[in-house]
Design a protein around this ligand. Structure first.
Ligand SMILES: Cc1cc2nc3c(=O)[nH]c(=O)nc-3n(C[C@H](O)[C@H](O)[C@H](O)COP(=O)(O)O)c2cc1C
Length: 186
């Protein structure tokens, strides 16, 4: 039997009723059987301070350990002011430090974004992909899961109700698992 692929997912929003957190919850249900998705909440990660990178906050240590243990990473993020939310960039900055101890190195990664607006967070996705270059990650190119008008596709209880959106998430997870297997050679 094939060894299962472990995926660590996190959202670039701390909002309780976040559309992007809803995408991650849907991904848990839509992941292939040979994959296991764990969600990590970025709540509680303090603002980055380079003076503290040799004695990191416990929450950051926990985050880094989970990234390191995962076969693949899944990020669901809103777009803030045409870019990456500070909460997400801050968490990535912490995890990537100190220099030379970057747990993202070589990991496959997939991105989703949702917005009530008409461009679905696409611009944040492309800024995030730029960050993956320095982190030396292997982003999945297709499908692009960009969910515009999210308030029509995610109900007030935070459940994805739109079938096309679910189908895209299912395809993303399948391709991420295949990509992770290809990169590790099994
Ligand atoms: C500071 C801020 C900036 C925002 N900028 C954008 C933006 O550039 N593009 C966009 O589509 N939505 C923007 N929005 C709206 C978000 O897409 C919306 O608040 C969304 O619900 C956030 O994602 P969440 O539901 O996962 O928390 C912005 C919201 C905030 C709070």
């Amino acid at each position: 039997m094939k060894k299962s692929v472990t995926i660590l997912g996190f959202a670039g929003s701390l909002r309780k009723t976040s559309y992007n957190k809803a995408l991650l919850r849907a991904a848990m249900e839509l992941a292939p059987k040979d994959a296991k998705l764990e969600i990590f909440d970025l709540e509680g990660i303090p603002p980055f301070n380079q003076d503290l990178e040799e004695r990191m906050p416990d929450k950051v240590k926990e985050f880094k350990a989970k990234i390191r243990a995962a076969d693949a990473i899944l990020i669901a993020t809103p777009e803030y002011n045409y870019s990456i939310p500070g909460v997400l960039k801050n968490a990535i900055d912490w995890a990537s430090r100190p220099y030379g101890d970057n747990p993202f190195e070589g990991k496959p990664v997939a991105v989703m974004s949702a917005s009530p607006g008409m461009l679905g967070g696409a611009r944040a996705q492309y800024h995030l992909r730029q960050v993956f270059v320095f982190l030396s990650m292997h982003p999945l190119n297709r499908p692009e899961v960009i969910i515009p008008f999210a308030d029509d596709k995610i109900d007030p209880r935070g459940r994805v109700t739109d079938e096309k959106t679910k189908e895209k998430i299912r395809e993303l997870l399948k391709n991420l698992v295949d990509w992770a297997r290809k990169l590790r050679g099994k």
